[in-house]
Ligand binder design. Structure first.
Ligand SMILES: [Zn+2]
Length: 421
């Protein structure tokens, strides 16, 4: 194949357009250039002036945009399925001992490699994650680059109410984060971002939160944290910050509620707290599988229905599955809603939550060709809802044939970086 040719794919295409609109093209065509930019997505027909080489695909297929997981913990990979507790005891008994393993360079490399391969195998092309220690960030960055995946990577920041082996010296860690931020900005494949990830308010002293907020503002960084996941956690916040009225206000006091903040859970917020989060324009990440697993409570979707920055997260390891299709299914169990809405929260809505909606999230012309090819040999679909119902509620029977990022195959073929962003 001439390497300068555009590439075309024929197949059925499912393309999210908004919360309640999903385009279904039974006989579709997707064309992208060698730099991985989409040139055409629409009905399969001859397009005057558009020449391309067809990518050979056997059988019938459904093409969907790459799935985006907006909240996950890489360093908890080996603790998936550890049962018996709700949030605070689960952290103590299963999670802190798992996270400390990332201090070892070999463990960090090995865990990161397995984590990204698991995501790609499930069609996730963008992972917003927490790891632990500087070693963990460097390993995640290296392995993410090798795999070709897109990611926002930060390490969990905490200096109190956690075991001594995870407690940090704020001055040292902030200096490390500043250096890591510079490293991510100066070099890399253009697919990775560094973030600041305070674990949650009770695990950070006021002084630490203040420094994190200042660094985020100075370096224009994403912030990831948890907000109001569990009622015992909410009580712990009241105890740790007795002079501040609400949990959301704690983060706001230290400059941590910004347009680049991603708040996981947001289950038990008061009306005033929700209004504050909306006013600051933070991303809200609903993690239904995790909420069910840890019996944390139900995310009240009814209060967020028209909010434009709403996404889904697996919350590995509290959520047991890497498949965003499984997370969508659990989202339906948490709240009756349209399947197109759930699909949107793991694609276009997720990209918009990250502020990257102009380039990612669906198969619109001009965006990056991040997509997943699903096998659909024996399937007959009549509508977008029909396809969504099949892939969400029978995800175990969905075979993922290929995953591509910027038009380059990243799964099952190993990724070779040739400079595309
Ligand atoms: Zn989490």
């Amino acid at each position: 194949m001439n390497m300068n040719h555009h590439v075309g794919l024929r197949g059925s295409i499912l393309n999210p357009l908004s919360v309640d609109r999903c385009q279904w093209l039974p006989e579709g065509l997707l064309v992208y250039d060698r730099a991985g930019k989409i040139l055409y997505c629409g009905p399969n027909k001859k397009i005057p002036g558009l020449k391309y080489k067809l990518l050979a695909l056997a059988g019938k297929n459904v093409i969907i945009p790459g799935l985006i997981d907006c909240h996950s913990h890489l360093s908890q990979f080996d603790a998936i399925g550890q049962t018996g507790f709700t949030l605070l005891d689960w952290l103590k008994n299963h999670i802190y001992p798992a996270e400390v393993c990332l201090k070892d360079k070999n463990n960090a490399e090995n865990t990161s490699q397995r984590y990204f391969q698991s995501l790609l195998a499930d069609g996730v092309t963008f992972s917003v994650l927490y790891t632990n220690f500087k070693t963990g960030v460097l390993a995640a960055r290296r392995q993410a680059e090798k795999s070709g995946i897109r990611a926002i990577i930060g390490y969990t920041l905490m200096d109190r109410a956690v075991p001594g082996y995870l407690k940090q010296n704020p001055a040292k860690t902030i200096a490390e984060c500043r250096a890591l931020s510079g490293l991510f900005k100066k070099s890399g494949n253009g697919r990775l971002y560094f973030s600041l990830n305070p674990r949650f308010a009770p695990a950070c002293t006021p002084g630490y939160l203040k420094r994190i907020g200042q660094l985020a503002q100075k370096e224009d960084l994403y912030i990831q944290t948890h907000l109001s996941e569990n009622l015992f956690e909410v009580r712990a916040v009241k105890k740790a910050f007795p002079k501040i009225k609400t949990y959301a206000e704690v983060y706001d006091r230290f400059g941590l509620l910004t347009g680049k903040t991603l708040l996981a859970h947001c289950i038990h917020l008061s009306k005033a707290e929700r209004e504050l989060v909306m006013k600051r324009g933070c991303g809200v990440v609903h993690c239904p599988s995790s909420n069910l697993f840890l019996h944390s409570g139900r995310f009240p979707l009814e209060h967020w229905e028209n909010y434009p920055r709403l996404a889904l997260g697996s919350d590995i390891a509290a959520g047991p599955s890497f498949s965003m299709l499984d997370v969508m299914r659990d989202g339906y169990y948490a709240n009756i809603q349209k399947l197109s809405g759930l699909f949107h929260m793991a694609t276009l809505g997720a990209a918009q939550t990250l502020g990257l909606g102009d380039n990612l999230g669906n198969l619109a012309q001009g965006k990056q060709a991040d997509f997943v090819v699903l096998k659909a040999d024996d399937a007959r679909f009549s509508s977008a809802d029909d396809v969504l119902s099949r892939i969400i509620f029978r995800s175990g029977q969905v075979e993922i044939k290929k995953v591509l990022i910027a038009g380059q195959e990243v799964w099952p073929q190993p990724y070779k970086n040739d400079g595309q962003p």
